[in-house]
Design a protein around this ligand. Structure first.
Ligand code: GRG
Length: 296
């Protein structure tokens, strides 16, 4: 299957499942559920759930086997975007091509919608064995790893260091800490969760851990580059905002050419990591290339 077709099919599966599991807009309190759905269905690429499905398939599992966890990951990702856009953080007006959540529903509802998405995500994760295809011990391992990568030593920690570094000159290890924690962690967690839920053995999990680490960092470097050279309409958000805020980025620290080279090197590392998985990992190879070459 071509990557374009794969992305289209898998993101349709995720949308269908999210629609099924998210509380309906008319369920009390409607304003909260509308706000949650507004940001979840604003047209994201569904990259993290798709990586989770492809990782499961690469170890002999299925997309369906990871659907609860895949939707949970998208809900956690969406909560992080809603909170990141708040006036207290990046104070952004546009996200995923439409006004940000707090611009539409107000700040308090946006905060609570993010809180509810995070909480509902863990409810979904706890139900990951609902179809009795997954051992409860594996579900617990996945819950622990998602919490670890999303929490204070993961995404939230990365966000704090990012905020505290604004307008300052930071060194390269600090920049790498921000990138691997703020963004890379959820990507790595998605791949690892896919490998675990798909029934991967320890060798396969180790290979996919190397893949997820490299792909996660490459994703954020590509994001930094898009903030410099990307198209606002295709991205669905403002460009040039990193520089305007005095954020440390790969292009700011290394220059555009070296940042591109680093993203490509990481992509090669990610692809090489897949060797033990053979042809079953072909989709993940294509996804690694897509992560660094995407326009949005
Ligand atoms: C608020 C706890 C908390 C964390 C925020 C993820 C994050 C941490 C901030 C987002 C800021 C940002 C734009 C980072 C760049 C990387 C990133 C997460 C881009 C958006 O991800 P995509 O491209 O978005 O996968 P879509 O909309 O396609 O899902």
């Amino acid at each position: 299957m071509e990557l374009k077709e794969y992305l289209h099919d898998r993101s349709a599966l995720v949308d269908q499942a999210l629609d099924h599991w998210l509380p309906g807009e008319d369920l009390w309190p409607g304003s909260l559920h509308q706000s949650m759905r507004y940001s979840v269905f604003a047209g994201g690429k569904r990259l993290r759930p798709i990586l989770m499905m492809a990782a499961s398939e690469a170890v002999g599992g299925t997309a369906q086997q990871v659907m609860h966890a895949a939707c949970a990951m998208e809900m956690i990702h969406t909560y992080s975007l809603v909170h990141d856009d708040l006036p207290a953080m990046d104070d952004d007006d546009f996200r995923r091509g439409r006004p940000t959540n707090h611009k539409t529903y107000g700040e308090a509802t946006a905060i609570l919608a993010g809180d509810a998405l995070l909480t509902e995500a863990f409810r979904l994760l706890a139900n990951a064995d609902a179809n009795r295809l997954i051992a409860p011990a594996t579900v617990l391992r996945v819950i622990e790893l998602v919490a670890r990568y999303a929490g204070s030593q993961g995404m939230v920690g990365g966000q704090v260091v990012d905020m505290e570094s604004e307008g300052k000159v930071i060194d390269f290890p600090t920049l790498e800490y921000i990138h691997t924690h703020k963004t890379g962690g959820l990507i790595l967690a998605s791949v690892q969760a896919g490998a675990l839920l798909g029934g991967g053995n320890e060798e396969q999990i180790a290979a996919l851990t190397r893949f997820g680490g490299a792909a996660g960092l490459a994703f954020q470097i590509a994001d930094d580059i898009l903030d410099v050279v990307g198209d606002q309409t295709e991205l669905g958000k403002d460009v040039g905002s990193d520089q305007a805020r005095g954020k440390a980025t790969y292009p700011a620290l290394l220059g555009l050419a070296e940042a591109r080279q680093r993203a490509n090197e990481l992509c090669d590392i990610a692809v090489e990591s897949l060797t033990p998985l053979g042809t079953a990992a072909e989709t993940l190879q294509l996804l690694a290339r897509y992560i660094v070459n995407r326009n949005s």
